[in-house]
Design a protein around this ligand. Structure first.
Ligand code: FES
Ligand SMILES: [Fe+2]
Length: 493
């Protein structure tokens, strides 16, 4: 039986531990991870820890005021060196046997050194460095020591973000939240970038923006979105805004990018917020929000709240009437509406009757594109961000090519499986396995396929150019003009 698809990704990408593990390794351990706001570390000795895929990393300010990042692993027997957030004085001491490091990561003290470790060269046992960077007022870490700088990773999306000067804003601490959604992280991302749902699920809660005029699209792996204010809201924005404005009226609107992987921002005319998505399990995701607002007095905020109250009372309504406490769709809270939609969708994946329906051409385009980005990233097409090669242009990663592994091609329909070595194109593999030509693609361009595989299986998908009989005869569909993953979906064993 053909396996179930979610347009581009297989359904199991949203439900299986196998996919979760692959994503942790290939995506979340191989990209810049959000770690906090710049103001979280301002003093020497202050530190925070963050989980970046498989890596626990801490950022600390050293005694010279430089930010440093290290893997949170004692170089003796691997105990986690420090916990969560805190402040140390001059050194970091492991709780297990008290090996002690300075703030540059050098091992400086080993208890009972003369008796127990007579010839130890402490300079060989410093902490393993990771990369740290500040971008748009946020702290980021990358597990690799010489990662491509964070500004470069986000450089192409930068011009499409809001006009906010994040450094001038201050955190509204009461708005800091963290909650779990019982859904796969990609469902949470897809909901965030689904333009089609804005006028429907949020018909009563997001009508201060003009969804019909939304502009959006992917730039590399990152997604940009902007929509202007609705006419009603814009008419008297100085009065209607719930908080003091933080940008010029003519630029006002919602800038809502989703940076890869799962780093959402919500940049509006009166607030700037993070929406950090962390996968916890195949069907469980944590979201953390922090909000920044204008640096002005509480009194200004109170006055603005009073001024705008009538607009919000008249314009924000629940989608359905009901008990606002019990029913998210009756809550008039767009976050509750989103969580509900994500969790209900994930629940349906368990049903044998679940089958994905047609996808909206424009409004759901980003949902499909994000699935393609995930697939391409896992296949190494975005290159490495660990400093081996630079930029965000899709390309084959060196790491993928160098892995000595085998793959197999499986023709869906007749289960014809062909083993191929790594570093060989599907076309070469098919030819050398004795499969019959023509090797055809929908564009009719054949013979130049350079796509390579790392390991695992390739299920032939959407064999539109071939008849069932041709497939049964052993013909294989490969596209030479397109990236491999546009034609095939890849699963890893
Ligand atoms: S594991 Fe850290 S001192 Fe032994
Ligand atoms: Fe939504």
């Amino acid at each position: 039986m053909a396996k179930k698809m979610m347009h581009i990704l297989p359904l199991e990408a949203y439900t299986s531990q196998k996919w979760f593990d692959i994503e942790q390794e290939k995506i979340f351990s191989n990209t810049w991870a959000y770690a906090g706001l710049q103001e979280d570390i301002t003093q020497p000795g202050q530190y925070i820890t963050v989980q970046a895929g498989l890596n626990n990393i801490f950022i600390i300010m050293d005694d010279k005021g430089n930010l440093r990042a290290f893997h949170n692993i004692c170089q003796h027997r691997g105990t986690q060196l420090i916990r969560a957030v805190g402040q140390t004085q001059k050194v970091l001491t492991c709780p297990y046997h008290d090996w002690t490091y300075d703030l540059q990561g050098n091992l400086i003290t080993v208890p009972s050194e003369a008796e127990e470790f007579k010839n130890i060269d402490k300079s060989c046992h410093g902490l393993k460095p990771a990369s740290v960077g500040i971008w748009r007022g946020m702290l980021f870490v990358h597990p690799a020591h010489n990662a491509t700088p964070v500004e470069e990773w986000f450089s192409k999306i930068q011009p499409h973000l809001g006009p906010h000067n994040v450094d001038e804003l201050v955190e509204y601490e009461d708005a800091r939240t963290s909650y779990e959604i019982k859904a796969n992280w990609k469902i949470v991302v897809e909901n965030y970038i689904d333009v089609y749902h804005l006028s429907h699920l949020h018909s009563g809660t997001l009508n201060m923006y003009n969804h019909a005029k939304a502009e959006f699209g992917f730039i590399g792996p990152h997604y940009a979105f902007y929509e202007p204010l609705s006419e009603e809201y814009a008419k008297d924005i100085e009065k209607n805004s719930p908080m003091p404005l933080i940008m010029d009226k003519d630029q006002a609107g919602a800038y809502v990018p989703m940076l890869f992987p799962g780093i959402g921002l919500a940049e509006s005319e009166s607030s700037w917020a993070t929406f950090i998505i962390t996968p916890l399990a195949p069907d469980l995701t944590r979201v953390e929000n922090r909000v920044k607002v204008k640096n002005t007095s509480n009194w200004e905020f109170t006055k603005q709240e009073w001024r705008s109250a009538s607009f919000w009372k008249a314009n924000i309504k629940p989608k359905y009437e009901g008990d606002a406490e019990q029913d998210p769709i009756a809550s008039a809270d767009f976050t509750a509406e989103d969580i509900y939609a994500c969790e209900q969708q994930q629940k349906s994946f368990k049903s044998p009757y679940f089958e994905i329906g047609p996808s909206g051409k424009k409004g759901e385009g980003p949902v499909r594109e994000h699935q393609q980005v995930v697939l391409d990233f896992i296949a190494g097409k975005y290159g490495s961000t660990s400093g081996d090669n630079k930029g965000t242009k899709p390309k084959q990663s060196k790491a993928v090519n160098s892995v000595d592994a085998t793959a197999s091609i499986e023709l869906e329909g007749n289960s014809h499986i062909v083993d191929i070595p790594a570093n060989i194109s599907v076309l070469q593999a098919a030819k050398s396995s004795g499969l019959k030509p023509p090797f055809s693609c929908q564009a009719g361009v054949c013979g130049k396929c350079k796509a390579k595989l790392n390991k695992g299986k390739v299920h032939m998908n959407n064999p539109a150019a071939l008849t069932d009989k041709q497939i049964a005869d052993g013909y294989i569909l490969t596209c030479q003009a397109q990236a491999l993953t546009k034609q095939l979906d890849i699963t890893y064993e």
